[in-house]
Design a binder for this molecule. Structure first.
Ligand SMILES: Nc1ncnc2c1ncn2[C@@H]1O[C@H](COP(=O)(O)OP(=O)(O)O)[C@@H](O)[C@H]1O
Ligand SMILES: O=C(CO)[C@@H](O)[C@H](O)COP(=O)(O)O
Length: 481
């Protein structure tokens, strides 16, 4: 491999299932080294991870990057959104982090929405109506169920803040990730004291919100990573905002990410405020907005169906009349936190491959239902949908999105767009460039475009019909949910 042309930066994606690190050449965008290490997430009623595992995984991912990581001039960390990290006076976790896909705080989400002026108030104030994913609902859940943990918490962080702070020794976050807490007011771009007081959270426990382009700190001495003391650390951001940076998207370009979560989003110049709660009105990592819809059941749910059927994930067969709503983890879009998976239309001649295809259809239907709401009204409806995340590598995912969206689908060749976005943010600190412009210079969105095919309206209508007819079942859930 030839020598790097420019300085090197490290971009990190600490997502739900693993932490990935890339060492990137600032001049060309070439990935000169990469590493990845897994985390564990609890199963059962909740979804929790020990933040110290994220640090260990970061250490391991950087070790896999070898010498290149030692040469990095700047680093930035993108991470799974919303997770509640509570730290004691020594900066140690008080308890495991409550993750974005933990639906135990659904009653708190409902209660907080009602107590503070309803869905319209929340949408206008914070950009989003809080679902169980939002950090504020997790803090309320903790206060109710583990008040001793709340009393012991001397700092409250998001996953990417936790790792950034261990690098710099400074408690920082950014507007992108702060906008997913439920206690950051999108109109004033500041912590919302009324909401914080309502949930009994002292603002002094929260990190400083670093402005886009501002340095979060420098690497301190006491750590076991390959960076030299004084290496620049960018503010980082939530994983979806990082991927938006990593693709260098402009308003009007829709993105669908297929990973542990499914997301659809676009950059917008207008501050979102959707009182239906379907669209979360996130800030992006630059100064614009990132209206986004998110599902809890995406690649893991479909892979689980494939495993249950004893099939490879690509072994799909076309079928008619079978509907599978893959809500194995409850669901956020549509907002059915207590739902479980539901199958309708099973016949003697239904094949396993048809059932598997129905799981893909169900997962993609939920995301496409929100697509038109996240893209500005004046956006070109024939613009390709950018497909990213682990699932974007799968043919069955690509073809399902193509058939159910009726749009051209572009699959970037670059794989780790969250880590690349973080790398672009780190590069921006060194060069003074806008990170999105860095990503465009690196041509990160380049990849084959699958032409549009006629939209499969029949399947979309059938799934919508089952969703509507099964509403009482889906709202009630099961005893074990
Ligand atoms: N070739 C592939 N085809 C389909 N799905 C894939 C493929 N490779 C990985 N995946 C899926 O990608 C998921 C991980 O995606 P990723 O975006 O890394 O998730 P996350 O960021 O949430 O940890 C896995 O759950 C796996 O099912
Ligand atoms: O909750 C959301 C967005 O609101 C999720 O998108 C999380 O940010 C988790 O991301 P992945 O681990 O699936 O990338």
């Amino acid at each position: 491999m030839s020598a790097a042309e420019g300085p090197l930066v490290v971009g990190v994606d600490t997502s739900t299932q693993s932490t990935k690190a890339l060492v990137v050449d600032v001049a060309t965008g070439r990935v000169v080294a990469s590493g990845q290490a897994p985390h564990t997430v609890t199963s059962g009623a909740g979804r929790e991870s020990d933040p110290r595992q994220w640090w260990d995984a970061l250490t391991e991912a950087l070790r896999q990057c070898g010498q290149a990581a030692h040469e990095a001039a700047a680093v930035s960390i993108g991470g799974q959104q919303h997770g509640l990290v509570t730290l004691d006076t020594h900066g140690e976790p008080v308890r495991p982090a409550l993750l974005w896909n933990d639906v135990r705080s659904a009653p708190q989400a409902h209660r907080l929405t009602e107590e503070l002026g309803g869905a319209k108030f929340w949408a206008e104030r914070t950009g989003s109506v809080p679902a169980a994913s939002f950090t504020v609902t997790k803090w309320a859940w903790l206060a109710e169920h583990e008040p001793e943990a709340v009393r012991a918490a001397k700092a409250v962080r998001l996953p990417h803040d936790y790792l950034t702070e261990r690098l710099t020794g400074q408690g920082t976050t950014d507007r992108g990730d702060a906008s997913g807490t439920g206690w950051w007011a999108s109109g004033t771009e500041a912590y919302d004291e009324e909401i914080l007081a309502h949930v009994g959270l002292d603002p002094a426990l929260l990190p400083r919100v670093v402005r886009p382009g501002e340095v979060a700190g420098t690497v301190r001495e006491s750590h076991d990573l390959p960076f030299s003391k004084g290496t620049l650390v960018a503010c980082g951001t939530g994983d979806n905002a990082a991927a938006a940076l990593g693709l260098g998207i402009r308003p009007g370009t829709p993105v669908m990410s297929l990973g542990t979560s499914g997301t659809v989003y676009a950059v917008s110049r207008r501050r979102p405020a959707d009182p239906t709660g379907i669209v979360a009105g996130f800030a992006d990592a630059r100064g614009d907005w990132l209206p986004l819809a998110c599902t809890l059941n995406c690649t893991l749910a479909v892979d689980r169906v494939a495993t249950l059927l004893g099939l490879d994930r690509e072994a799909v067969e076309p079928g008619t009349g079978i509907t599978l709503l893959p809500f194995l983890d409850g669901e956020r879009t549509p907002n059915l936190p207590h739902a479980s998976g539901l199958l309708h239309g099973l016949r003697h001649d239904t094949s396993g491959g048809q059932l598997l295809q129905a799981a893909y259809d169900g997962a993609v239907h939920s995301l496409l239902g929100a697509l038109d709401r996240v893209v500005d009204e004046d956006a070109d409806p024939s613009a390709p949908l950018l497909l990213i995340g682990g699932g974007a590598r799968g043919t069955a995912w690509q073809q399902t999105v193509r058939r159910l969206s009726g749009r051209p689908v572009q699959v970037p060749e670059a794989r780790e767009l969250v880590a690349l976005g973080a790398a672009a943010q780190a590069a921006g600190l060194l060069t003074g460039e806008d990170p999105a412009a860095v990503a465009r210079r690196w041509d990160t969105a380049a990849g084959p475009v699958l032409e549009a095919v006629e939209r499969d309206e029949e399947t979309l209508a059938r799934i919508a019909g089952v969703l509507s007819d099964a509403a009482p079942l889906l709202e009630r859930g099961t005893d074990t949910a």
